[in-house]
Design a protein around this ligand. Structure first.
Ligand SMILES: C[S@@+](CC[C@H](N)C(=O)[O-])C[C@H]1O[C@@H](n2cnc3c(N)ncnc32)[C@H](O)[C@@H]1O
Length: 379
């Protein structure tokens, strides 16, 4: 090929190349633009990424905080759950206890009811037994048969600290109601027979009690002497301090301050059948007897302590009419040991004797005999 042709060809190629170069330039410019665009987008993407990562950090922090709170809540909830569980267990136990207690209660009330019924039945049986025993006495024909029934019956009552008095032999005869209203029928029935003797002999003089308290025995005395004045001697405020101290000093007894300490005299008088006959001498005996011009046909001395008993005997014995009687209660008491000593001393000084009832704690009975006449010989 010639150089012209070669040149021409080269020129042709250069045109082509120039075209190619142009298109390459265009392409490059496009690419440049695209790169620029991508760079921008990259930048935007980077920024968005950064934003996102910042927000993610924030969200993570929020989430962590939330998780922390939830953890705490969860721990707290578990603790409360444990607590509730425990409470539930406790309630279950208490329920079981209550149920068993209810069972026990109902069993107890059944038992109580049974016991009450049994006691009532025992009481009924006791009553029936006593009625049978008493009926057997009431229906006796003769003395021999009476002994048969009376002796075992007395043994039965002895077991209960009581004794039946022999006046039941005169079964067709009933003593005054007041006799049966006291705890010591032996004493009251013996008294009733003595009172009858005094009434039948028409002895003069009043009646009295030294040591009245609530008036249980005074009531019986009053009922048996509708025509006589009844003197009631008592402090109505319990044992006098001096007499009680004296007891302790000689070891006769140990009287307590509160015994018989608060007695309502009106209540005492209310129980009397003939209250109009009663003369209350409230206060320390023998001071309360001062200036009293009286004689007596019956006196009950029931003041427990050595000093007032001795003073009582000194006061009443000289004023007792012949055939008159003094009861000294508690003569055989193991607790009030001064009673026996006071009476023995006084009786020895005066030279008389007395008898003792088989009643509760033993009542000594003094009957005033006719005074010895003409050098000690009875008329
Ligand atoms: C055992 S209680 C009398 C019980 C009464 N006889 C009855 O039937 O229930 C003894 C009483 O003697 C009284 N007493 C004791 N010493 C006394 C005294 N020196 N002067 C007055 N009363 C006295 C006491 O106040 C007490 O009320």
């Amino acid at each position: 090929m010639s150089w012209t042709e070669d040149l021409l060809e080269k020129l042709t190629h250069r045109g082509e190349l120039a075209g190619l170069l142009d298109s390459l330039h265009t392409r490059l410019a496009d690419l440049e633009e695209k790169r620029h665009e991508y760079a921008l987008r990259c930048e935007a993407a980077e920024k968005a990424l950064q934003d996102l990562s910042g927000r993610m950090d924030k969200m993570e922090a929020v989430l962590n905080e939330r998780i922390g709170v939830l953890e705490t809540d969860r721990t707290e909830l578990f603790a409360r759950l444990d607590e509730s569980w425990k409470q539930l267990e406790e309630l279950r136990e208490r329920l079981a206890e209550t149920e068993s207690r209810q069972e026990d209660d109902s069993r107890m009330s059944t038992l109580e009811a049974d016991r009450t019924e049994l006691f009532a039945r025992i009481d009924e049986l006791k009553k029936e037994m006593q009625e049978c025993s008493l009926l057997s006495i009431v229906n006796v024909a003769g003395d021999e048969e009476f002994d048969h029934r009376f002796i075992p019956l007395n043994q039965y009552f002895k077991g209960h600290g009581m004794a039946l008095s022999m006046h039941l032999t005169s079964v067709d005869e009933r003593l005054d109601d007041s006799v049966y209203q006291t705890a010591d029928v032996t004493r009251t029935s013996a008294f009733a027979l003595i009172a009858e003797e005094i009434r039948e002999r028409k002895l003069e003089g009043s009646v009295a009690e030294l040591g009245v308290a609530q008036g249980a025995f005074a009531e019986v005395i009053n009922a048996h002497f509708p025509e006589k004045k009844l003197y009631l001697f008592d402090t109505f405020e319990g044992f006098p301090q001096a007499d009680a101290d004296f007891e302790r000093m000689y070891d006769y007894s140990d009287p307590q301050k509160h015994w018989y300490a608060d007695i309502n005299v009106d209540q005492v008088l209310k129980r009397m059948r003939y209250p109009q006959n009663c003369i209350v001498r409230k206060g320390y005996f023998p001071d309360t007897a001062e200036g009293l011009e009286e004689v007596f046909c019956f006196v009950s001395i029931d003041c427990d302590l050595y000093k007032p008993i001795y003073s009582g005997l000194r006061y009443f014995y000289p004023r007792l009419v012949e055939g008159g009687c003094i009861f000294v209660h508690d003569y055989r008491s193991k607790f009030f040991r001064g009673v026996k000593l006071a009476l023995r001393r006084f009786a020895d000084e005066q030279g008389f004797f007395y008898s003792v009832l088989p009643d509760n704690t033993g009542t000594a009975v003094i009957i005033k005999n006719k005074q010895e006449r003409e050098n000690g010989h009875c008329a």
